[in-house]
Design a protein around this ligand. Structure first.
Ligand SMILES: [Cu+2]
Length: 291
């Protein structure tokens, strides 16, 4: 394939075969309950997983994109996003990470300043127990205080295209997407072309060769619907093969993605640093009836 397009995890897979056990600062957070934090100081998150059939703790996981667990934390209004990789202890089968603390690990730069004000945060973890397959679990954290939530707004959107600058105009990113509707699934193709400011000439240039793989792929993207965090897609793209070509992400939605306003965060590594590029857009594929 010209571009390596990998569907990491289609929608939330609600595992009836695996249970997640979530602990906040050493206390178990019961299913459907929120872990409550009184302040945004260091907070220890721990997880272990059991097989429902046997009740046994799972200790054997496959590595996905260089990690045994990928964790995404987003504020309820999708205004804030973090991508973190908890550490695994093979003896106990537990994953653990301390939030709001600086880690030396460059893949956990996101674990610092995890919260952006009081409110509800969704914690989504991806794991792949060997012999079972990829599973995703949702948990909630609530940071005490008066929450202010903002609506997502379509700004700068022109049809299916958005051009925006990021990081004090260091980058100019052009985002566009196409949907090929199908009976049982829509094929989504997302392109992201990133140019970098040349401060001498004050122009934006394609600097494809300066992008590096991060977590074994050229770019990561996470797409979540405003309607429900359960409607999400996790996509990857290879680095563009030549200058002036975009990162290309492909995804089959299996008619499971909620229509309406969406937010997508792209992450890629440029000259040793991971950057995050968010966009808000509308997803409204045409309905195709094949009866
Ligand atoms: Cu990850």
């Amino acid at each position: 394939m010209k571009y390596l397009l990998l569907l990491l995890c289609s929608l939330s897979i609600f595992a009836s075969d695996v249970s997640s056990h979530f602990f906040l600062n050493g206390k178990k957070v019961r299913a459907m309950k929120h872990g409550m934090l009184m302040n945004s100081g260091p907070a220890i998150l721990e997880f272990y997983f059991t097989e429902n059939k046997t009740g046994e703790v799972i200790k054997d996981y496959k590595v996905m994109h260089g990690k045994l667990m990928h964790m995404v934390i987003v504020k309820k209004d999708l205004s804030f996003f973090k991508h973190i990789h908890p550490y695994f202890d093979p003896i106990t089968g537990r994953f653990q990470i301390t939030l709001n603390m600086k880690h030396q690990d460059p893949d956990n730069f996101g674990a610092e300043n995890v919260f952006d004000g009081p409110g509800m945060y969704m914690v989504m973890v991806d794991i792949e127990p060997k012999g079972i397959g990829m599973r995703m679990f949702h948990h909630h954290l609530h940071l005490h205080g008066k929450a202010i939530y903002k609506d997502l707004e379509l700004i700068d959107n022109k049809g299916n295209e958005i051009t925006k600058t990021f990081y004090k105009e260091k980058f100019k990113a052009h985002f566009d997407y196409n949907v090929t509707p199908g009976c049982h699934s829509n094929l989504i193709e997302v392109n992201l072309n990133i140019k970098v400011l040349n401060e001498l000439t004050n122009t934006y240039e394609s600097k494809t060769a300066l992008f590096e793989d991060w977590l074994m792929t050229g770019a990561h993207a996470l797409w979540i619907s405003q309607k429900s965090s359960m409607s999400m897609a996790h996509m990857h793209a290879a680095r563009p093969p030549k200058e002036n070509t975009p990162f290309v992400f492909s995804y089959f939605d299996n008619n499971h993605l909620a229509h309406g306003i969406q937010k997508i965060w792209f992450q890629m590594k440029f000259q040793g640093k991971v950057y995050t590029f968010p966009f808000v857009f509308e997803y409204a594929p045409l309905k195709v009836s094949c009866d």
